[in-house]
Design a protein around this ligand. Structure first.
Ligand SMILES: [Zn+2]
Length: 387
């Protein structure tokens, strides 16, 4: 009898584990990367005509974290290549997340827990990724390279200005081609080793966020416990990133880190996904003054589509945030920074981006302004700052 119960229990555990492996990650993503249910958006003929001529660019999506092939159109999440094509996205930054503390919040997170260890196991990532943040970054880069190899006419990872120039010229004859840039969300992925910056560079990464939700070896997070400035290692890392022409991303960085980076940076930096205090005052958005200083150095401010960034996250609310950012830092320094697939809820996925064009026209932006914010500013920034 006991034996029967034991075998029964073992069977149930195996079944549960199997089920989690088969549909667990997808189920998990469906609950985390949501699109608010809505009727299909109505796009006016004028907005559609303009949108069809745009080459959009987005500074931040976390798509590679999830258990799906970016080449397949998914019924969950926000970004994949077919939906990028439908949205007329020419350049997508794919950022990799390597550690996620439990109880995530905007105010204070300790660094001593990590939900992604279970995520890596459940999604059957290679065992080398289970205990190594650096390997998790390399693995997600590998996933994007595998997709590129399978469909080079649809997805191309750009590493240099020349790569991007070639991709732009190829897009003229092949509008299905999406240029992709690899980025890292939080430099804890360096595991405290300066030489790993070169390793990440070699793997294709061209943008690095100093911190994510918790303080790390480089410095404080806006959402960390200490929220301090750059450490000595952080300064050395900034110098090394600048040497390699890797763009520094100050999204999630503590105000003290922002000040320290701006004091020493010789190249423009970005805030890849954010809002502005002018329309959404909370501990996710940097002060207006810091945003201005970032822009004055030639930087870009990417506006996100989720509630924590822009408060009102309807299409009209996102455009209101874009307008506030334009007023604050100037039209040349504002970009799209969706935070798609970043455990965010949004009102439109990347296939539906024409609704932003519709709203920008409705709120009085000129065609020239829409072109800049939708993509030209990012394209020009990369053409200037990539190696
Ligand atoms: Zn983020």
């Amino acid at each position: 009898m006991l034996r029967k119960i034991l075998w029964g229990t073992a069977g149930l555990v195996t079944l549960a584990a199997g089920a989690a492996l088969v549909w667990g990650p997808g189920y998990l993503e469906s609950g985390l990367n949501r699109v608010v249910p809505h009727e299909p958006y109505t796009i006016s003929a004028g907005a559609r005509a303009l949108h069809d001529t745009l080459a959009l660019a987005d500074l931040h999506s976390d798509t590679l974290l999830w258990d799906r092939d970016v080449l397949d159109r998914a019924s969950r999440g926000h970004v994949d290549v077919p939906r990028l094509q439908e949205g007329n996205v020419a350049i997508q930054v794919f950022s990799v997340v390597t550690k996620v503390p439990s109880g995530l919040n905007y105010d204070n997170n300790a660094a001593d827990s990590d939900q992604l260890t279970m995520g890596a196991v459940l999604q059957m990532w290679p065992p080398r990724t289970w205990a190594s943040l650096y390997e998790r970054a390399l693995f997600q880069s590998h996933k994007l390279h595998v997709a590129e190899d399978a469909a080079p006419d649809q997805l191309r990872i750009v590493r240099t200005r020349a790569d991007l120039e070639r991709a732009i010229s190829d897009q003229a004859g092949n509008p299905r081609l999406v240029a992709a840039l690899l980025a890292i969300e939080g430099a804890h992925a360096l595991e405290g080793k300066l030489e790993n910056i070169q390793g990440l560079y070699d793997a294709g990464f061209r943008m690095i966020g100093i911190t994510h939700f918790f303080d790390n070896e480089l410095g404080g997070s806006m959402h960390g416990i200490g929220k301090g400035g750059l450490t000595e290692f952080g300064r050395a890392a900034v110098r090394e990133m600048e040497r390699l022409n890797i763009t520094i991303d100050l999204a999630h960085a503590s105000p003290a880190v922002v000040d320290d980076v701006l004091a020493m940076a010789t190249r423009p930096v970005v805030v890849s996904h954010t809002g502005v205090q002018a329309v959404c005052s909370n501990n996710r958005n940097l002060s207006d003054d810091r945003m201005k200083r970032i822009a004055e150095g030639g930087g870009l401010i990417g506006i996100g589509y989720w509630q924590g960034a822009v408060c009102d996250f309807t299409p009209a609310g996102v455009v209101k945030a874009l307008r506030a950012a334009i007023t604050l830092v100037g039209i040349e320094h504002v970009a799209l920074g969706s935070d798609y697939d970043g455990a965010t809820e949004v009102h439109f996925d990347t296939a539906e981006l024409a609704i932003l064009t519709e709203e920008m026209l409705a709120q009085g932006l000129t065609e020239d302004e829409i072109r800049k914010v939708s993509g030209e500013n990012v394209r020009n920034f990369l053409l200037k700052n990539l190696p």
